[in-house]
Ligand binder design. Structure first.
Ligand code: NAD
Length: 335
């Protein structure tokens, strides 16, 4: 895509290992000559989400974010949640792809969880009407359900996916999950080229563990999405390899690794940048830069499957810099 315009992207390196893995992404992006210009802004426990950060993301619409530590036990809302709320990032997207060089119980996982991120069980409306009784109100709206279903099908189309499965418990929660399913079903009729299925959440969990290859894109209400996305991360070997995207209206999106700041290894050049690199690949695809995304993805998958250059968390000996240099070498070779 040599003719495409340069897109400015807000880069939040974060803290802990954040700056090290963000540096790695920058090197890899230079190697593929991605048409991206970084605008680096600081978000940490001291600065909070400043006006400058909000302006930057509003203008650029796209952000890549390293992990940010959340101090435990203070009244602060997590900065991660703050960003999600500020920009109404209604879809949480988490692809899980088996990585050949990283042995787990499964070698054929290729799923994408699309989680509704704004309502459901997370509306935060709870009370105790009488002593000894607590209630929590789950809100499902047609508007948000239709929006997430549309996003799931659009994603499937844009990424060459074959099937969308709506995950629910409408047999018990007839009204709320019933509305979610009905909305998904309606939307599905507008995308005849994508297969559509429905599964209850309990059955979905069993099917994922028995044979994850049968699932492709899944669309879920908030709580089920939270749980199933971690289940899927576990299938491919956990935090080091799981990217995510938080998507809002008009293309606004923030991409980030699922893991935290890893304070135990920060500043030691030991961090594995793969999850943030995979997040940046999602970002490139979101922006339509499929060629650059595939070049980086191939370099990552080939390096990991060869197994010679791997970071410590994956059982290797290499530093973050050595691993990054190997990716750059492979990319340069393939150009
Ligand atoms: P963590 O993910 O930072 O670390 C858990 C373990 O995994 C540690 O042993 C760490 O060394 C290892 N690890 C994580 N990412 C790694 C990587 N890329 N390469 C190599 N090893 C890696 O989780 P935690 O210790 O529970 O949290 C630390 C801090 O991060 C906390 O302040 C927490 O609030 C924050 N956090 C932020 C985010 C985010 O910004 N999205 C997410 C989770 C946690």
């Amino acid at each position: 895509s040599t003719t495409s315009k340069i897109q400015r992207v807000t880069l939040i390196p974060g803290d802990g290992i954040g700056p090290e893995i963000a540096e790695s992404v920058k090197k890899v992006f230079s190697a593929v000559k991605a048409p991206i210009e970084w605008e680096t802004v600081v978000v940490d426990a001291n600065t909070g989400i400043s006006k400058e950060v909000i302006e930057s993301i509003k203008t650029n619409k796209i952000g890549l974010k390293g992990p940010i530590s959340t101090p435990i036990g203070t009244g602060h809302q997590s900065l991660n949640l703050g960003l999600r709320k500020t920009f109404n990032l209604y879809a949480n997207v988490r692809p899980c792809l088996s990585v050949p060089g990283h042995k787990t119980r499964y070698d054929d996982v290729n799923t994408v969880v699309i989680r509704e991120n704004t309502e459901g069980e997370y509306s935060g409306i709870e009370n105790q009407p009488v002593k000894g009784v607590a209630q929590s109100i789950k809100i499902i709206t047609k508007e948000a359900s239709t929006r997430i279903a549309n996003y799931a099908f659009q994603y499937a189309m844009a990424n060459g996916r074959k099937k969308v499965t709506c995950i629910h418990k409408a047999n018990i929660m007839k009204q709320s999950d019933g509305l979610f399913v009905k909305s998904c079903r309606e939307v599905s009729t507008r995308y005849p080229s994508v297969k559509y299925e429905e599964l209850t959440i309990d059955n979905n969990c069993m099917q994922l563990v028995l044979n994850p290859a049968q699932l492709d894109v899944m669309v879920l209400p908030n709580l089920y999405g939270d749980i199933v996305s971690d289940l899927c991360a576990g299938l491919i070997g956990g935090l080091g390899l799981t990217p995510s995207g938080n998507i809002g209206d008009h293309g606004t999106a923030i991409f980030e690794a699922v893991h935290g700041t890893a304070p135990d290894i920060a500043g030691k050049n030991l961090a594995n940048p793969t999850a943030l690199i995979l997040s940046s690949i999602m970002m490139l695809r979101h922006l339509g830069h499929f060629y650059e995304a595939s070049l980086i993805e191939n370099a990552v998958l080939n390096t990991l499957s060869e197994g010679k250059v791997k970071t410590k968390d994956l059982g290797g000996q290499s530093t973050c810099t050595e691993y990054t240099n190997e990716l750059v070498r492979k990319i340069t070779e393939s150009l």
